[in-house]
Structure formats: C-alpha cells, structure tokens
Design a protein around this ligand. Structure first.
Ligand code: CTP
Length: 414
C-alpha cells in the first residue's frame, strides 16, 4: 500500500467507516496474491453479511479472516500498515489486530482434534473445507473468498458446503456433527446466544443433543475461564435476560451452580447495565462453584457485598442521620452501591442516591496538618477527630472553615 493510501486508512481508524473495512480487505487480498495463498472471510462476518438487507461493508463488527498459509507474515504486514500491534496465538495458529473499536482476526485454515471433551483442541493446518467443518453451526461455517469482485462490488461467491444459507433461510441453528456439544460445551451457550440474537430456533436434533450434553454434565468439564467468558458474552447481548432464562430452563444454571435464579432476578437485572448484570448474576451463586474462576478482585468484592446486601438494606431502613448513612455506606464499593441504587426502592433507594450524589463528596477543611498545628500527637485520634468534624458537617451542624475551627476547639476542650 503506498503512503497516501496508508494515511487514508489511519485517518479513518476507529470510525468503522465502510472504506476502512474495504481497504483492510483489499490489503489482505493483495498480500494473499503476493504470498500466493488464498484468503477468505469466514464465520460471523459471512453470516452477518448474508443476513444483511443491504450488502455493504458497514455491517461488519469485526473481520474474521482465514488464510491457507503465511498467516504470521501477512498478519505482521497488515499490522504494520495499520500501525497496530499484532497479538499472536501460535498454539491456535491465529492472530489478532485490535483497532480502536474494530478487530481483525487472522487464522491459518485448520482442522481440530479434541483430545478430551471440553478442553481446547489441538490444531493442524488444513484446507478451507476442513476448516469450515470444524466449526460450531452451519450458519457460522461459510466462507467468502476475497476477490476483486467482492472487495469492489460486494459480489460474493459463498463457500457453503454445510448448508448455512438454507439454515439462514429457515432460521435454524444446526450443529455440524453429533459430538459438537461434547467436544466443545461452550457451544451450548453459543447456540442459545445466536438463537436469541438472530431470532432463530434450534434445529430438532441439535436441541436434543444439546439437552443430552447438558444432562450428562459436560458443561462442568469446562474451565472456569471459558464459562465466565460465555456468561460475559451473554450479558452483552440485547436479549441477555431471555438467554439467561433459557439457561435456567435448560438446567444449565443448575448443573453449574446448583441453584435456581429467583423470579425477581430477572426483574431487577433488567434495570442493570451489561457489566452489572454479570456481577449481579454471580451474587446468586455460592462461592464454592466459581472459586476456581480467574475473576478480578473487584468483581469478587462486589459479588460478596451484593450477597450481604439484605443486611445493609435492613440497617439503612432504620437510620436517618446523614452522617450515619455516610459511615454505613462508605466501606462499600461504588459499583455495589450503583447496583443497589437500581434494585432497591423507597427510603433505602433515596438514602443510597443521596449518598452517591451528595454525601460521599462532602469535604472538610480540617486536615492532619491542622491537628499537628494544634500540637496533637499523630495517631489514631486524628482519624477520630476528623471523622467527628466530617459527621458534624454532614449533619449540617457546621458549614464554614470557621465553624470547623470552633468545633475543633470545643472537641479539644480549648
Ligand atoms: N467458532 C466455533 N466454535 C466455537 C467458537 C467459535 O466453531 N466454540 C467459530 C465459528 O465459526 C465462529 C467463529 O469461530 O463464527 C468466530 O467466533 P466468534 O468470534 O466467537 O463468533 P462470531 O460468529 O464472530 O460471533 P459474534 O457475531 O458474536 O462476534
């Protein structure tokens, strides 16, 4: 790509403008010619392209590219054109280039062998046909060869050896072989996620095999990281709660967490953001079922606080004084309080909102330095005195720095 064109790509980065997608495809196409290999658009983008009313490049959320060779060399060259840092996953023969709100995944066409159920597969270079056969559902198992006609005019010759287009027409999610859910039980989550997002049904045998895999507990063989990722993806969907309700109905929640979500979970969760839904969901699960998950400390903290929140709301109901509310809520993580604000009501809610919007930012002028000037020996008494002044201010008993000084003198008996 010559300098002028490179500049154009960079100017458009992040805007997910049609022309940047088109240009990225064009760069990959030309690199494929240079290395004398074949390049294909595969997976989700092909599905979304075929389902789109208007066939243009704007519909691509990400690009998923399969190459019959040289994925590292081509990945590196593309990354340098895009001035982005590539991340390689040699074990899976894939690489990723992340732009501000767009991702290009590049992979060697490959086949997979699952040494045991639910573990990540071993991968070997293979043809595009074999690559399509290893995938999850027919609708995700199609490829569009990168050609000039496609890049210029979006005229696609679709490689569809497994009947993806028919299943799109019939609105069906269909696995490619009977062991699919056993090899990779994350496909149980994926099937429900795509069905809900696209308004598709599970094809009959697929639905039976899915229930069978759930019943035989294959899900419990998955690593915590993979289960968590799937739940995270589900919470990002528009229909997240419908999918979670399906997981409950199909006994996925029961298998993994030995519990049932209460009906009001769905009511309250509907008021929360995606991230909040996920953490709220986990607050219904006993720690022992996810203690092996690689979760962030903050996430676990918020879950624990939510688990104990009925005690907090009981206390909140009883108190009135602003300083008491302040010191009760102060130890809590803001994410916890933001969730509680949305799922409580009445006076409890009002108090949390008041804390979040006003009380928590209350500042006093008196500092440790002030106390030093008063010749008070540094120690735990500092904290006590400062909190007393803050409490007085919160309760409206003092307002100005002068008031603080007067109160401090009174406290010290001077
Ligand atoms: N895939 C698979 N089995 C999985 C995960 C992924 O076969 N467990 C294949 C599918 O062909 C899928 C592709 O890898 O289309 C890319 O995976 P991913 O990015 O997760 O799915 P998308 O179809 O792109 O979904 P989305 O629209 O949510 O990005």
């Amino acid at each position: 790509m010559h300098a002028k064109k490179t500049k154009k790509v960079l100017v458009l980065l992040g805007e997910k403008n049609i022309s940047i997608v088109q240009e990225i495809l064009d760069v990959i196409y030309k690199l494929a010619l240079k290395y004398n290999i074949k390049a294909y658009l595969v997976g989700g983008p092909v599905r979304d392209f075929l389902m789109a009313q208007e066939k243009n490049f704007k519909i691509f959320k990400d690009l998923d590219i399969a190459l019959t060779g040289y994925y590292q060399e081509i990945g590196n060259e593309l990354a340098s054109v895009l001035k982005a840092r590539p991340i390689f996953y040699p074990r899976f023969m894939t690489m990723t280039i992340s732009l501000s709100d767009f991702r290009v995944d590049i992979a060697q066409t490959r086949k997979e062998i699952y040494p045991q159920p639910a573990v990540l597969p071993q991968v070997f270079p293979a043809t595009i046909e074999e690559d399509l056969k290893r995938r999850d559902f027919t609708i995700n198992a199609m490829a569009i060869p990168l050609t000039e006609e496609f890049i210029k005019n979006t005229e696609a010759q679709v490689l569809d050896p497994l009947g993806g287009q028919t299943d799109i027409k019939d609105k069906l999610i269909r696995i490619l072989h009977p062991k699919s859910f056993i090899d990779d039980p994350t496909r149980i989550f994926r099937a429900l996620r795509f069905a809900s997002r696209l308004g598709f049904k599970l094809e009959e045998t697929t639905a039976q095999l899915m229930q069978d895999a759930i019943h035989k507990s294959y899900l419990t063989l998955l690593s915590g990281e993979r289960v968590f990722y799937e739940l995270e993806m589900i919470c990002k969907e528009k229909n997240a709660l419908k999918i979670l309700a399906e997981l409950q109905e199909r006994k996925v929640i029961k298998k993994l967490y030995k519990t049932q979500l209460p009906q009001d979970f769905f009511l309250y969760a509907s008021k929360l953001s995606n991230d909040e839904k996920l953490v709220y969901l986990f607050s219904f699960f006993a720690d022992k079922h996810y203690k092996h998950y690689p979760l962030k400390k903050e996430f676990i903290l918020v879950v624990r606080e939510l688990q104990k929140s009925s005690e907090l709301t009981r206390k909140l109901k009883k108190i009135k004084r602003r300083s008491t509310i302040y010191f009760l809520l102060k130890p809590y993580h803001l994410n916890t309080l933001n969730i509680l604000k949305k799922i409580t009501h009445g006076s409890v809610r009002k108090k949390i909102v008041n804390y979040l919007t006003k009380l928590k930012d209350t500042k006093i002028h008196t500092t440790g330095q002030t106390l030093k000037r008063y010749n008070i020996a540094p120690g735990p008494s500092y904290h006590k005195i400062l909190n007393k002044i803050l409490a007085y201010k919160l309760d409206g008993k003092i307002k100005t720095p002068k008031d603080e000084e007067r109160y401090l003198n009174k406290l010290l008996g001077r």
